[in-house]
Ligand binder design. Structure first.
Ligand code: NAP
Length: 471
């Protein structure tokens, strides 16, 4: 029987439940082929990955994309299993017994390192950890950040660095209107941080910030955003590059950053300083052995062999005192058991979404990847759609050509029985809907978007008691 017919559906396992996973599920289930079934496996009890745990808690509009993912979950043939860890609870061999194809959409869960002395001092944190904490990520629930210093330093000139700087600067009212957990709101309200210094190693033209995100920073009511005129001035080589590339977005970014240098100083409770051409070279301890200061090298831009403008040290060093350093220099994918991994690029090696046996190698039947674990941590949520669609196209081509795994027990009921016996506590999507509703109900009672649950046990107890215990 042909795979992809009603009697013999194409059975696909998706590992991960963030944007790439859901965009892929949507493309698979809406493909003009009858009989596609998708089982989605998520390590955490609750779905949506980066949207729930990475997008900043005050960016509720961006998080609204979950409505689309929820609509996908209603399509016939979709099932969700939350709290099932690939590699521990379910192995590649387990999936091979039940599915024709597996798609990995596990994102980039780790952080890049700075590689400088003092990076691991107490008080120096990876942005992945800080972002997970303020977003109620179950792995970061028990983390504590010392916010008793007056100044924080955020390293990196990307949107995550801006998220971190903004969250550290929001007022109680703004934090309450977000879906950051209550203990996080309490800690941030008690924070003594009054100035956040963001360090970009190259110039304003090379910063990775998006224009709306930079503008948003400038519109925060109780925060003055400053830049130094000499650091945001466009050097001739950067100006040439922008002209040659016709890069209007970068031009808008530069002029927005320049406006921060031109503005008169306002007396506000909090400040954000956007610095450029500044690289941390060492994190220095204080007398207690915690972060006490950052030594920063002033850079100039030099043309590298690749043609790009790179940061080169001038030898001029300054010391910025601080008790909190957040390193926001990019995320990094982590290898999955039994799945090829390109250590250099920290991604699964692929060609058009097909997993290769090694970087530049041959495709492996049945295995696919999409999203950050395929292309690296770049782009916005929507970037994952064309990425996932391309992978699904390859999956469909292979299914039609018969290049799939041949599972021993392809019936959906058999996969369900196997998962139920391996992970009896797995969260189904209908159960998640009840949790979601309860999170929103408890949040609404306090004038908040939601109150996030940390564990399936907590969520189940709240639903059972009609929200009374959790409220
Ligand atoms: P990113 O955009 O790649 O930015 C990383 C920054 O770190 C760059 O400025 C980079 O500078 C810098 N960096 C790297 N290594 C460094 C080092 N050793 N020393 C100093 N600086 C270093 O990464 P991200 O901010 O983590 O964001 C990840 C993705 O999520 C991005 O695509 C971002 O746009 C997206 N995102 C979007 C939103 C939103 O739309 N609201 C919010 C958050 C994240 P160089 O350029 O010089 O390498």
């Amino acid at each position: 029987m042909v795979i992809g017919s009603d009697g013999s559906p194409l059975r696909v396992a998706i590992v991960g439940s963030g944007p790439a996973a859901f965009f892929a599920a949507e493309a698979l289930l809406r493909a003009r082929v009858t009989g596609v079934e998708v089982d989605m496996f998520e390590r955490l009890p609750f779905p949506f990955g980066l949207v729930r745990y990475g997008v900043a808690p005050d960016h509720q509009k961006i998080k609204a994309v979950t409505a689309r993912f929820t609509a996908t979950a209603s399509l016939p043939g979709f099932r969700f299993f939350g709290g099932v860890d690939f590699g521990t609870d379910v192995t590649l061999a387990d999936l091979e017994a039940h599915y024709h194809q597996v798609l990995f959409a596990t994102g980039a869960q780790s952080d890049r390192r700075l590689g400088i002395p003092g990076e691991d001092l107490p008080g120096s944190h990876a942005a992945t950890d800080f972002v997970g904490w303020y977003n109620g990520h179950p792995d970061r629930h028990d983390d504590r950040f010392d916010l008793s210093c007056g100044r924080a330093v955020v390293v990196g000139a990307g949107n995550v660095a801006l998220d971190v700087a903004r969250i550290l600067s929001l007022s109680r009212r703004e934090l309450w209107a977000s879906d950051a957990p209550r203990h996080v709101v309490k800690a941030l309200c008690a924070s003594k941080v009054r100035e956040v210094v963001v360090l970009g190693r190259r110039g304003p033209a090379q910063a990775a910030f998006s224009v709306p995100e930079v503008k948003e920073l400038g519109s925060l009511p109780n925060v003055s955003v400053r830049a130094r005129a000499d650091e945001v001035e466009l050097d001739p080589r950067s100006a040439d590059d922008l002209d040659a590339a016709g890069d209007a977005v970068a031009r808008r970014r530069v002029s927005t950053l320049q406006s921060f240098a031109a503005e008169a100083t306002r007396a506000t409770e909090r400040r954000i300083a956007l610095r450029f051409l500044a690289s941390p070279v060492e994190i220095l301890p204080d007398e207690r052995g915690r972060v006490g200061a950052v030594r920063v090298m002033r850079n100039r831009l030099e043309r590298s062999e690749s043609g790009a403008l790179a940061a080169a040290a001038t030898g001029e060093v300054e010391t910025i005192s601080t008790g909190l350093v957040v390193r926001s220099v990019g995320y990094r994918g982590v290898p999955l058991p039994g799945v090829p991994f390109d250590e250099r690029a920290a991604v699964i090696p692929t060609a058009r979404g097909r997993v290769l046996d090694a970087p530049g190698g041959e495709p492996l039947a049945g295995l696919y990847a999409a999203g950050w674990i395929r292309r690296g941590p770049s782009g916005v949520i929507g970037t994952n759609k064309p990425d996932a669609v391309e992978t699904v196209k390859a999956m469909m081509e292979d299914a039609i050509a018969g290049r799939t795994w041949v599972p021993e027990r392809p019936a959906a009921s058999e996969a369900l029985a196997a998962i139920r016996s391996l992970c009896p506590e797995a969260v189904a999507f209908d159960e998640w809907r009840a949790f979601d509703e309860m999170e929103r109900r408890i949040g609404a009672a306090a004038g908040r978007p939601r109150e996030k649950f940390v564990s399936a046990g907590e969520a189940r107890a709240a639903v059972e008691h009609g929200g009374r215990e959790a409220a």
